[in-house]
Design a protein. Structure first.
Length: 459
């Protein structure tokens, strides 16, 4: 949605997405799924995501769908590694700590709790937040000197360990990008994954559209994106993202989604059919966890949102406004021009201006502007929309009468001389210039169908 918004202003925009395919967890999942080849396993899964994104109408054509197993990404990671190495920020040493395979990272002891293992009959340590098991590992890794970056990186780095393990022994994890010059080690999956943004931007051959305007991440991976990633970029002499937007997670009926609970909501054709594609997008964005807090997905509530706001409010308004009986002003003006009744054109324009002025007299917009309450602001916005629409429409028809004055009125209403203006639609698409609009349909076809609530819904 942010990418689409920026494209409305013809801003060069890259939207990137894809699949993080390396790491011990992926390697283990491939074996459990019965695949002989990890690459084949990743290809099968990435294709499912491509089909889903295509079905949902997600346009990533400008930035691309990146798989971290692609050769271009391997080249990018190797280049980043060599640059960090040449800066003297990498060193090989023994590293010990609690490792979580599910999170693909070493974790602090403060993040662990004791849990009873019913199979082994003894206590074990698990992640406090996720309940995932951890193991104590001691191995030789390549380390990134975070301490050397603290003075130039973000303040959060002060609470970061002095070093960060950025490789894994190939004996434990062979599925990944090999460390340049050290075949015994594989690049740490998170360093590998973070580099995908550089790959999509053309690094190392031709870096474009950098830095990212918005980096959108989940709250569970904020540390990697808000601390480690900016530090790596600074070490490479590159600018960190301008803004990091952290979102929460989706719950289902108040509970965390999980396969064991059987409450995972799948964005498949069934759900698209129930809500429509745009309906699902709207419902998710309308109540999504964009503030860092979790949000609760409820199908019945989503259907209600679509029906109440898109069907009853928006589509019903468009249907009413498209009635031929209400679209006579522009038709009347065109008729007057074609019949050379120019004095009647002037009469119609003056009538609109008087009506628009009466709105100011009735609503007192200057008083509304002094109020802080939402209702007053909404009234003011509605008034200005109506008035500027009136000025644009009348400015268009005033131009043949008074060219200089007509253009001045159009300009004051937000329509530039360079904007394309069509003079053949019932609402004279200038109302929403500079985008050209087709004529409103006089048919009673619905813009979006009402959604029905069903009792049962399989997830």
């Amino acid at each position: 949605s942010l990418a689409r918004y920026h494209r409305l202003f013809n801003r060069p925009t890259l939207l990137t997405t894809g699949c993080d395919e390396h790491g011990q967890k992926v390697e283990q999942a491939s074996i459990q799924a019965g695949f002989q080849n990890v690459q084949q396993f990743c290809s099968t899964n990435s294709n499912k995501f491509r089909l889903l994104f295509d079905s949902a109408g997600i346009d990533y054509s400008t930035g691309g769908f990146l798989r971290t197993s692609e050769l271009r990404h391997v080249d990018c990671v190797s280049s980043v590694w060599n640059r960090l190495s040449s800066s003297g920020l990498l060193s090989k040493a023994s590293y010990e700590g609690w490792y979580s395979t599910s999170d693909e990272c070493f974790v602090s002891a403060d993040d662990l709790v004791r849990s009873e293992d019913p199979v082994a009959g003894k206590e074990k340590f698990v992640m406090r937040e996720t309940g995932q098991p951890v193991e104590l590992c001691s191995e030789v890794n390549w380390l990134l000197r975070m301490n050397d970056l603290k003075k130039s990186a973000l303040r959060q780095l002060n609470s970061t360990p002095d070093t960060l393990s950025v490789s894994r022994p190939t004996s434990r994890c062979s599925w990944g990008v090999p460390v340049p010059g050290d075949p015994s080690q594989t690049v740490y999956v998170w360093l590998d994954a973070l580099c995908n943004y550089l790959t999509c931007a053309g690094y190392p051959n031709h870096l474009r559209a950098w830095p990212p305007t918005d980096q959108i991440v989940g709250k569970d991976i904020l540390r990697f994106h808000a601390i480690i990633w900016p530090a790596i970029l600074i070490a490479m002499g590159l600018q960190p993202p301008n803004r990091i937007i952290c979102h929460g997670h989706w719950l289902c009926d108040g509970r965390k989604m999980s396969k064991s609970l059987g409450n995972v909501v799948r964005p498949d054709e069934d759900l698209f059919n129930r809500l429509s594609r745009d309906g699902l997008r709207y419902a998710l964005l309308r109540s999504g966890p964009v503030t860092g807090e979790d949000a609760d997905f409820q199908l019945a509530r989503s259907i209600h949102t679509v029906n109440d706001e898109l069907v009853n409010c928006m589509a019903n308004l468009a249907s009413r406004a498209s009635s031929p009986k209400l679209l006579n002003l522009s038709d009347s003006l065109h008729s007057q021009w074609s019949e050379v009744r120019i004095h009647h054109v002037a009469d119609s324009l003056v009538s609109v201006w008087r009506s628009a002025n009466s709105l100011f007299d009735r609503w007192h917009p200057w008083q509304l502007a002094k109020s802080d309450d939402a209702e007053s602001m909404s009234k003011l916005d509605s008034l200005l929309v109506l008035v500027f629409a009136s000025l644009r429409l009348t400015g268009l028809h005033l131009t043949p009468l008074c060219p200089t004055l007509g253009h001045r009125l159009m300009s004051a209403s937000g329509v530039d001389k360079s904007d394309t203006v069509r003079f053949d639609s019932p609402i004279d698409s200038v109302l929403l210039c500079p985008r050209e609009l087709a004529a409103p349909s006089a048919s009673r076809e619905h813009l979006i169908e009402r959604r029905e609530v069903f009792v049962a819904f399989g997830v």
